[in-house]
Design a protein around this ligand. Structure first.
Ligand code: NAP
Length: 297
């Protein structure tokens, strides 16, 4: 019979609140020195429930740590031209240091065009091709919030990464792809041997069973099961799927891409959902905004 290991939770909620406390101290210092208070703006288009939740959480986090925040809401019928005009206005507004356009956008708006319209120095989401390029080349930039949050979590829990086999499941531009680049880079956290799996990978299990670190970002609830991992693995669960649940006030519960209980029993470290990668994403966005404000002053 296999021995069950005791796992340690990578607590994103706690780590993000530590980061927020550190940021609040920085803001206090900036205020005392008469500097510019970091100001983050968000553009929200339409009434997608999840987007609404994420944007509200970002605004609330700004208030909590003493950042200024602005929210610009638009009906789903806004034209691409109008949205691009607003982005241009925010690019030129020196009172704000960074802004995000919450994705997804309605079908009639070209997300790539929108991403490229945001001035790279205000792109605190790190989605602009210039910032993605700089990230890949290890130059100072804004690393996109979710991958940056995962790197922070690994670092703050002193997870060993050098020489480890890391499997990233998913190759999206906002999570999987940057994650695979970051884990392979010549630094800590990093120096991993990285394998990227995606929907065309023939046998994912063949790779995951050899992995020391698995980053799961495909958006398929409870995809990673115990038979797919080896003992002692570190598991980062990025997935968030809303599952109907009448017993919850909201009417749904959040489920990750990992079958938590059984995978946790074989893991050394694992992130929960909720309370893992999600809160770290917000903390990273705030860190990027502080950096943007410092660069602007
Ligand atoms: P995405 O753009 O839909 O990309 C999903 C990736 O997974 C794609 O590369 C896809 O492969 C791959 N994939 C899909 N089904 C697969 C399968 N059966 N086997 C292997 N690979 C498969 O998603 P995303 O934006 O990266 O998001 C992934 C998940 O993370 C979602 O649940 C999302 O809600 C969540 N998320 C969470 C946060 C957070 O802050 N916690 C932030 C962002 C996203 P192909 O490339 O071949 O299509």
């Amino acid at each position: 019979m296999e021995m069950e290991t005791t796992y340690q939770l990578l607590d994103g909620k706690k780590t993000s609140s530590n980061i927020k406390e550190e940021l609040a101290i920085e803001v206090k210092k900036i205020k005392e020195e008469g500097g510019q208070i970091p100001h983050l703006a968000a553009i929200l288009v339409g009434d997608d429930g999840a987007s609404e939740t994420y944007v509200n959480a970002k605004v609330k986090a700004c208030e909590l740590i003493g950042f200024k925040s602005s929210l610009f809401r638009y009906d789903a019928s806004i034209s691409e031209l109008e949205l691009l005009a607003k982005i241009e206005e925010l690019n030129n507004d020196s009172s704000l240091h960074g802004f995000i356009v919450q994705l997804p956008l309605p079908d009639h708006i070209d997300e790539q065009k929108v991403t490229e319209a945001v001035a790279p120095e205000k792109d605190v989401d790190g989605f602009h091709p210039e910032n993605v390029g700089k990230m890949a080349l290890d130059l100072p930039t804004f690393v996109s919030a979710t991958p940056y949050g995962i790197m922070q979590l690994l670092e703050r829990y002193n997870i060993e990464t050098e020489g480890k086999n890391c499997v990233v499941i998913g190759r999206s531009h906002i999570v999987g792809l940057p994650m695979s680049i970051l884990m392979a880079k010549k630094a800590y956290p990093g120096n991993c041997t990285v394998t990227v799996c995606h929907s065309r990978t023939k046998d994912i299990k063949e790779f995951t069973t050899k992995a020391d670190i698995i980053i799961v970002a495909l958006g398929s609830s409870e995809f990673l099961t115990a038979d797919m991992v080896k003992e002692g693995v570190t598991v980062i669960d990025v997935g968030i799927t809303r599952i109907k649940d009448e017993s919850k006030k909201s009417g749904y519960r959040l489920v990750g891409d990992v079958k938590f209980d059984e995978v946790a029993a074989k893991s050394s470290y694992i992130t929960p959902v909720p309370g893992g990668v999600g809160p770290m994403t917000i903390a990273s966005l705030l860190m990027n905004t502080l950096t943007a404000a410092k660069r602007a002053s």
